[in-house]
Ligand binder design. Sequence first.
Ligand SMILES: [Zn+2]
Length: 561
Amino acid sequence: MNTPPDVILVNGTILTVDPSDSIAEAIAIRGDKISAVGDRSFIESLAGPNTRRVNLDGRTVTPGLLDAHAHFSPSQFNRPDILDLSYPHVKSIKDVQEAIARRAQEVPPGGWIQGRSWDEGKFAERRRITARDLDQVASEHLVWLSHTTGHYGVANSAALRLAKIQRETPEPPSGTIDRDSSGYPTGILKETAQDLVTALLPPLTQAEMEWGMREMARRFNTEGMTGVKDPEIYDKTWEAYRAVLAGNELTVRVFTLWYGGRSIDEARALIAKRAAMTRPYEATGDDRLLAGGVKLYADGSGGARTAWVYDDWNVDFTGTDAGNRGYPNIEPDTLREMIGMYHDAGLHMGIHAIGDRAIDLVVDSYAEAIRRNPKHGLRHAIIHANIPTQHALEVMSLLQRDYDAGYPEPSATFTWWIGDTYAGNFGARSRRLNPFATFQRRGILWANGSDYSVTPFPARYGIWAAIARQPALGVYSDDPFGREECVDVKMALRAVTIWAARQMFLEPKIGSIEAGKYADLAVWDRNPYQVETGDLKEMRCELTMFSGKIVFQRDTQMKID
Ligand SMILES: [Zn+2]
């Protein structure tokens, strides 16, 4: 005799995202797993005297949404306790100055004032912040404000002095000290040049790190989200995750990537230390925390115009940043060798590549490593993959077909949240950004990520952005990206459910609503398959289940008995 379910959800619309995208009416849950999916009378017939019943009352259920790329663990550029300078909290450099001036009243002179998430694309002044702007309001303090992309930031003069950054200071490898026409540092530091200042910031304590993770898990759950791929962790991050897991407070599944360094020596050291325990299929803690692989950076950012491209970057959409084609983050031959080493060690890799030239380098290096050592199923990823060439698309589809590797992990919300900055910098190339329809035509699977805190994390924004391709403000045009590369809501939902689950190596266990999978579910106030595109952005999560337990419930009339 079958044991009756612990809980049934009835009287709703269940978007299962199973292989045939079938739609059901009810779900039965036993323990932490889905035990049955079907029509209402069938599921009702399974209930026993102790079965709890959730009356969905016409609401829609999706699998718990996943984020294939979010900086979930707190770091210097996303920690939740520093000044949030994101739009619409601040709309101008003047607003930033006011926020700093207020903080300067609270922090003793000589102390640090840190902020995050500013974006000049949304400032009324339409320019970057400089040290001079900061000196006007906080000359006695040390100020560091990281940009929303995390690829550049700005220091005030006191912080520049402390970091010994002067006119004579040479550029560090793969970094830029931005300078005025007479060669003096403006305060803007790009890529590795940021380290000159950030190395001096007080480090996060273990308690702050754990608090940040618990806080993020809670916030994810309020958005119907139950899983994340955290693309850059270190020993301390792993220990903090283990502590939060042990306290039973990790209410999202976290798939982590170790930061893989910039040199052969670093690769060798990481392999020696972590290769044996970094096996995505051997999870710890009930598939809740996985040491999944390695993250590398091939290039910089589309916001800072440091990503590595074939043709000069643009300025203000039609202008040219003459001679600037960005640069690689790691010397290409070294990167190729590191990729080979990690591949041979059996490690899954995710490599950040934004520019077309960097993406070509990454996919060709993957192909080379796999040809030499044909391991199947490591699912190596191209993180962001913003403007792939035809060649890169060809290699991705072949790698996916033959080796289960070469998966793009883009962020649909780039064309929205940083879409104005992006349109200005990419110029005519903007139409090639995030080519989701091309992916679909070529049979390329992709997994969507928010890249939080680069863009806001709620996955509903990613679903909307993949369909709308609309910039936040429309500074250069309402439609700089074109509509040719839009996909429909079914594809957009797959990219934040089953395809993202694949890139966490968890697709047999999560990512769709099917019997035998974990009961990770989100209940919504509307059916995303039926509403207008614009309404997707406003979807409201009303209840979230994780491993069969309710981890979030909005104050609604939904009846649970
Ligand atoms: Zn990222």
